[in-house]
Design a protein around this ligand. Structure first.
Ligand code: SIN
Length: 312
């Protein structure tokens, strides 16, 4: 049997960033180096059956629905090939958790789709990108691996739980209460819990919907905070928003004034979902709730879930 290949899709990020000085880890420009060039510079990856494709080249803070749409289509294309074992996607750290969640929702892949990133640019004295890429390829080569995961600093995070938790450290991601899926230790995967599983039929419908539309339904995030008002919500409703995710305080509580504006938005047909602005934990439902909760999704992921629902 011929050896199956890993397809590495490039989208940009710090992993592909360059700085004018090797000792500058923050004053760099993201998304400068092509994915083929990144891989060619890593001796440990030479001789492996890798195929590269540059899907986008951007700083992930500027991620767009168009790029997600193209990325999902290219992933679906490659995942359907019998000779492909899995995918690696190079990506910026800033919105990595959103892309991971989106891809899991529209692909629910039976093969591994591994997001790889870096906190230091490729020109740094000690860049973290090469080791993260080696680890990501090892996860993609791991036969039982499946679903969308992110690998950073030797830790494997699932798409549903992964969250950027640090602005600067190399180990910049966490998986909250769920904890990581596992670790990559000198090339070997040590699994702690199950790989992400998804609803394949729902994902198929979501992928078809994403291919059909040219824009995401407008869903915005507002935050509840001290002295909050309903002004932003009223403005969004006037602009024709279709969904609002509220990043609520604590266990899903919302400032009285904001809550009233959200009730009125709902009455006007806008979908409203409550997530928590807490970094850990989930909104636990209570009998008196009148605004639906996000079923454990963070505000940015709840926004994607709601937009996909509104596309259906
Ligand atoms: C980005 O998200 O594209 C830039 C920041 C990073 O990758 O760490």
């Amino acid at each position: 049997m011929s050896v199956k290949k890993i397809v590495v899709l490039g989208t940009g990020g710090t992993i592909a960033g360059t700085a004018s000085s090797a000792d500058d880890n923050v004053g760099y420009t993201a998304a400068q180096v092509g994915v083929a060039q990144l891989l060619a510079a890593i001796p440990a990856l030479q001789g492996l059956p890798l195929h590269t494709e540059q899907v986008a080249q951007l700083d992930s803070k500027d991620m767009t629905f168009e790029v997600w749409r193209l990325l999902a289509a290219r992933c679906a294309h490659w995942l359907a090939q019998d000779d492909v074992q899995g995918l690696v996607i190079t990506h910026g750290t800033d919105t990595l958790e959103e892309t991971a969640f989106f891809l899991q929702a529209v692909l629910a892949p039976a093969k591994p789709v591994v997001l790889a990133c870096a906190m230091r640019p490729s020109t740094a004295i000690a860049p973290d990108g090469p080791q993260n890429l080696i680890d990501a390829v090892n996860v993609a080569l791991c036969a039982p691996a499946r679903g969308v995961v992110a690998v950073c600093a030797g830790v494997i995070h699932g798409a549903a739980d992964v969250q950027k938790v640090h602005t600067y450290r190399l180990d910049a991601f966490g998986s909250g209460d769920a904890g990581p899926i596992g670790y990559v230790e000198e090339g070997a995967v040590r699994l702690l819990r199950a790989w992400p599983q998804g609803d394949v039929q729902a994902a198929g419908r979501a992928l078809a919907a994403v291919a059909r539309v040219t824009a995401m339904p407008p869903v915005e995030i507002v935050m509840s905070h001290a002295a909050a008002t309903g002004a932003v919500v009223r403005a969004l409703v006037a602009l024709g928003v279709r969904g609002i995710v509220v990043a609520a305080t604590g266990n899903g509580t919302v400032h009285t004034e904001l809550r009233e504006a959200l009730r009125q938005a709902r009455a006007a047909g806008v979908r409203v979902v409550r997530a928590t602005r807490c970094a850990n934990g989930r909104v636990l439902p209570a009998a008196a709730d009148d605004l639906p909760h996000s079923a454990g999704l963070s505000p940015v992921k709840a926004r994607i879930a709601l937009a996909l629902e509104l596309m259906d």
